[in-house]
Ligand binder design. Sequence first.
Ligand code: NDP
Length: 240
Amino acid sequence: MAVITGASSGIGAATARLFAAEGADVALLARRVDRIEALALELAEYGAKVLPLAADVTDPPSIAAAAERIAEELGRVDLLVNNAGVMLLSPFEADRVAEWRQMIDVNLTGVLETTRVFLPAIKEGGGDIVNISSLSGRVTFELNSVYNATKFGLGAWSDALRKELAGTGVRVGVVEPGVTATELTHHIGHQETRDTYAARYDGVERLEAADIADAVYFIVSRPKRAAVAEILVRPSSQKP
Ligand code: NDP
C-alpha cells in the first residue's frame, strides 16, 4: 500500500490515481479533507482500498494518528511518497519570514517528521520512500532562494538517508519536477514575483502532474536490486 502526502491536488492526486489504477491500496494525506474524500470516491472504481486522512505535515501528532489508522486498516506500508510542499517565492529582501518558515516546515521538517513516523512500517516489508524535490533542488533561481534551500536540503538529506538504509531493503529515491501545471504557484503571495515567475515560463508547455506520477511509478517498479536515486523531469521546451 502507498501513503501519499499532499494528495489533495496536483502531483500527489495524480500519483494516487496512478497507483490506485495499478491496484495498490492508497492512503491520501492532506489538510483539505473535502478534496481527499472526493478523490477517494473517484478512485473507488479501481477496487483498491482508498483511505483519506486529515494530516498536516507540520503537526507530528496528526501524522502519527494517520499512521495508526493506516496500520489498522491497510497494514504494511510499501511506499511513502513525501510530496506535500509549498513554493512561496519572493525576493529575499522582502523579508517574508513567515513564508520562509512555512516552506522550511512543510518542505523539509515535514518530510523528516513524516518519514520518522512511517519508517518502522516501511522497514517491515522493505518498502520505498520517494521524495518529491524539484528542479530547484538542482538549479538556483532568483526570487527562489528559500525554496531552493529547502529543495537542495531535501535532496542532500534523501541521499544521506539512502546510504544509511542501504542493505536494509528500503530504497530512497528523489523525483525533481520542472515546471508542472498544478496549483503550486497560486499560493505565491508576492504579486510581482508571481508575475515574474509566469513570464519566466511564458511559452513553455507545462508538464502534467501525471508525468511526475509516472516517474514515481518507474522508481518503485524496478526490480529490488535496482535503486533509482534520482529522476529530473523538465518540460521539453524548458531551458534552465
Ligand atoms: P499543489 O499545490 O497542487 O500541491 C501541494 C500539496 O501539498 C497539496 O495537496 C497540499 O494539500 C499539500 N500541503 C501543503 N501544505 C501542507 C501541510 N502543511 N500538510 C500537509 N499537506 C500540505 O502543488 P504540486 O502538486 O505542484 O506540488 C507537489 C510537490 O511537487 C511539492 O513538493 C512541490 O514543491 C513539488 N514541485 C512542483 C513543481 C511544479 O511546477 N508544480 C515543480 C517542482 C516541484 P493541503 O493544502 O490540502 O494540505
